[in-house]
Design a protein around this ligand. Structure first.
Ligand code: SF4
Length: 365
């Protein structure tokens, strides 16, 4: 029942998603218990190491420079600032730090070298280190791996069809290729998506087909509920119903039995009871900290109180995979290649993105 399959079809996934709720919950919880300790949750802290000013047009993202969202941009944080925040996250119960930079793709140079030093610094704190930096080449993935990176996050966001309704400046295949580059190293893959962007259930199933047919499947899959931020093209989308979130988590658990399924953005809109149902349905990872990049998230203490109430405990670092070794920059085998890869820019027109961009222009004048 819980073997890992890489040939899921959209029809099969839709059948699971649409099962009567009690059956869906029972099936997902049964698989969950076979593969994972149901009382353990992996806790990550997301750190925005470079915020805002992004060149892309992702319809959900307040960090896109073209939209007027009130997000204040900042330059890349220093290595010491990042290490200090990682230490605080560790003291707060996090086993992983995920560093996010609002970049289209990684460019070789001093800023990437600085990120590599951050990876080295956090790995030495005996925490799992994850980065989400946009598209990366094979050599860049290898340099991150050598620095001690544990996971790389690159979300597929939605189905390939609906992705085109949300983003025009970067292509779906480039995302898959980036995941492929990460897979050429020992770094684990974190990839998931967002629900509540106006997609239909077929699109949710389509995204799960794309993720579950990867071989190996991602070790971690974040399921985000859209946080509709004013000024973005998706500002008018309605909040995701908790039942949709539960169905999505349960279906992900069934088609990706070994993956850590993460409750990500949108948790502030969920009650404790709703989150408990998601844990029962197979979620076993959360983001902690009062901010998720730029959107609100429950306070760490609130999460710890919830864990106490539910009798759950945070997962220890390196439970699923041994800690990577850190190779110092001076001993590195992979030098900067000064690569300038030509990642796709489909640039088709998405009406709501154009409207939000125009509004952004007017408000910035
Ligand atoms: S999601 Fe990432 S790539 Fe897209 S606009 Fe936001 S920061 Fe840029």
């Amino acid at each position: 029942m819980s073997e890992v399959r890489h040939n899921w079809t959209k029809e099969e996934i839709l059948e699971i998603y649409n099962r009567p709720m009690m059956e869906l919950l029972y099936d997902a919880a049964t698989i969950h218990r076979k593969q994972h300790d149901p009382n353990v949750v992996q806790v990550s802290t997301l750190l925005s190491i470079k915020t805002g000013g992004c060149s892309e047009d992702c319809g959900y993202c307040p960090q896109a420079a073209r939209y007027h969202t009130g997000v204040e941009g900042n330059d890349l944080m220093s290595v010491n600032q990042v290490k200090a925040q990682a230490l605080r996250a560790k003291e707060g119960g996090s086993s992983r730090v995920c560093m996010g930079a609002a970049w289209r793709n990684v460019k070789d140079g001093p800023e990437f070298d600085q990120v590599l030093e951050m990876v080295r610094g956090i790995n030495k704190l005996d925490m799992e280190v994850c980065c989400t930096l946009g598209m990366i080449t094979e050599n860049q993935a290898k340099r991150l791996a050598e620095a001690g990176l544990y996971a790389y996050n690159h979300n597929l966001d939605s189905s390939e069809e609906y992705y085109k309704e949300v983003i025009s400046t970067r292509g779906y295949q480039d995302r898959l290729d980036t995941i492929g580059n990460v897979r050429k190293t020992n770094v684990t893959v974190c990839s998931g998506g967002i629900i509540g962007m106006g997609e239909n259930i077929e699109d949710r199933a389509g995204m799960l087909v794309a993720l579950s047919t990867l071989d190996p499947q991602p070790e971690s899959t974040p399921i985000n509920a859209l946080v509709a931020v004013e000024g973005t093209p998706l500002e008018d989308e309605k909040p995701v119903e908790i039942w949709d979130m539960i169905r999505m988590v349960a279906t992900t658990r069934i088609v990706m039995p070994e993956t850590q399924v993460r409750l990500s953005a949108g948790r502030t809109q969920m009650s404790r009871e709703g989150q408990a149902m998601c844990f029962f349905a197979g979620a076993n990872s959360i983001f902690a900290g009062d901010k998720l990049l730029t959107t609100p998230n429950p306070d760490v203490n609130e999460d710890m109180k919830m864990f106490e109430l539910l009798g759950m405990k945070p997962q220890k670092p390196f439970t699923k995979k041994v800690q990577p070794q850190t190779v110092e920059a001076t001993d590195s085998e992979f030098e900067s290649l000064g690569e300038k890869p030509k990642w796709t820019r489909p640039d088709h027109k998405i009406d709501r993105n154009e409207v939000a961009k125009q509004k952004g222009k007017e408000l910035k004048v």
